[in-house]
Design a protein around this ligand. Structure first.
Ligand code: PHE
Length: 359
């Protein structure tokens, strides 16, 4: 074996033995660097005869190329190995098997909304929706709240920063304090007869056992030429009997006040409280469950409907409140804590009937 071949063999062995990119680089410097072994040999070419120099020069260049190729090949193996090691150490298994003990369930709010929609759909109502960020007009003015009226403060409204370039009420943006805002949107865009229910999130700055800053309401609106208080009562009594699954459910309507209805009422359902247990149905107590009334002529006018031709009724109820009563959930705040034990206890299976009484 010639000297060059022996040298090549020796260097290639050190290349193959290099365990990482760093030691491979050291091998390269020792062989091909400025003071490397092949480079040293190149420097001796000047001492040779022209013929020998040509032959030796070519041989050394070949040697250099071969060693470079070996180093490149080794480098790509080492880089791939380093990448694989990194991928293995940083691996996240997104396919983690579901834990059967934590399987999902339908939240009581979703379940209750489904149940309510099912009952009202049977009475010919369809579902409407509207924005959660509103202007002063839809939340208050169109609904006949006079300017500076204390009822505006009563709603504990969350205001957003004023809209640039506008002043006064026109600049105000807020989180809707009730779903009655959507009554306005519906009346502005649909021709009577109107028969809609409106489930949705509402927001008020309040927090205790029975108040959370975000809660849900179910609004109802019916507009036609002949609707009267009797229709309102019949509709709501029928709804409550079916929703609470109590055929002889006592109900009563008490006079109340809302700027957007006249007359206005609050509806109570009967209940009993024995040994600390609340039961919906005939008993000696009453529970308030909703607000309602005949749509105020001013509201119809504000929404472009002629109050001499049309009239109707509206109602609004807290969805958490009726869900708490129906399913015996004591604290409103727990609805939004995402506690798996709570969800497992109060949640519903995906194939459960929206309302057993309807099944
Ligand atoms: N918007 C009223 C509230 O939030 C409820 C209501 C709706 C009352 C429709 C009457 C008619 O308290």
């Amino acid at each position: 074996m010639s000297n060059l071949e022996a040298l090549k063999k020796e260097i290639v062995e050190t290349v193959k033995a290099a365990g990482d990119i760093q030691s491979l680089e050291e091998v390269r410097v020792t062989a091909l660097g400025k003071k490397g072994r092949v480079t040293d040999l190149m420097k001796t070419l000047g001492t040779l005869s022209p013929d020998e120099r040509k032959e030796m020069g070519q041989a050394l260049n070949r040697l250099k190329d071969e060693i470079s190729a070996e180093i490149d090949a080794r480098a790509s193996i080492l880089k791939a190995a380093a990448m694989n090691a990194r991928l293995a150490s940083e691996k996240i298994d997104v396919t983690l098997t579901p834990r059967p003990e934590n399987k999902g369930s339908i939240h009581p709010i979703s379940q209750t909304i489904e149940e309510m929609i099912t009952i009202f759909a049977d009475m010919g109502f369809s579902v409407a929706e509207g924005p959660e960020i509103e202007d002063d007009f839809h939340n208050f003015t169109a609904l006949n709240f006079p300017p500076e009226h204390p009822a505006r403060q009563m709603h504990d409204t969350f205001y957003l920063p004023d809209v640039a370039g506008k002043t006064g009420d026109a600049a105000k943006r807020l989180l809707r304090t009730h779903t009655s805002t959507v009554q306005v949107h519906v009346m502005q865009t649909q021709k009577p007869p109107i028969r809609v229910i409106i489930p949705g999130r509402t927001f008020r700055s309040d927090y205790d056992m029975t108040h959370t800053p975000m809660f849900h309401q179910m609004e109802g609106l019916l507009i036609d030429k002949a609707a009267h208080m009797g229709h309102l009562k019949g509709c709501l009594i029928e709804f409550c009997k079916r929703f609470f699954e109590v055929d002889d459910l006592p109900t009563r309507f008490r006079p109340s006040f809302f700027p957007f209805t006249e007359p206005s009422a609050e509806m109570d359902i009967g209940c009993s409280r024995e040994k600390g247990e609340l039961k919906i149905g005939a008993g000696s107590s009453w529970l308030e469950i909703l607000g309602c009334g005949m749509v105020h002529p001013n509201v119809l006018k504000n929404c472009g409907i002629d109050p001499d031709e049309y009239q109707g009724f509206a109602f609004g109820m807290g969805i958490e409140r009726v869900a708490m009563l129906k399913y015996g959930i004591p604290d409103l705040r727990t609805f939004f804590e995402s506690d798996l034990r709570w969800l497992k206890h109060y949640g519903f299976g995906p194939l459960e009937q929206p309302n057993k009484a309807l099944g």
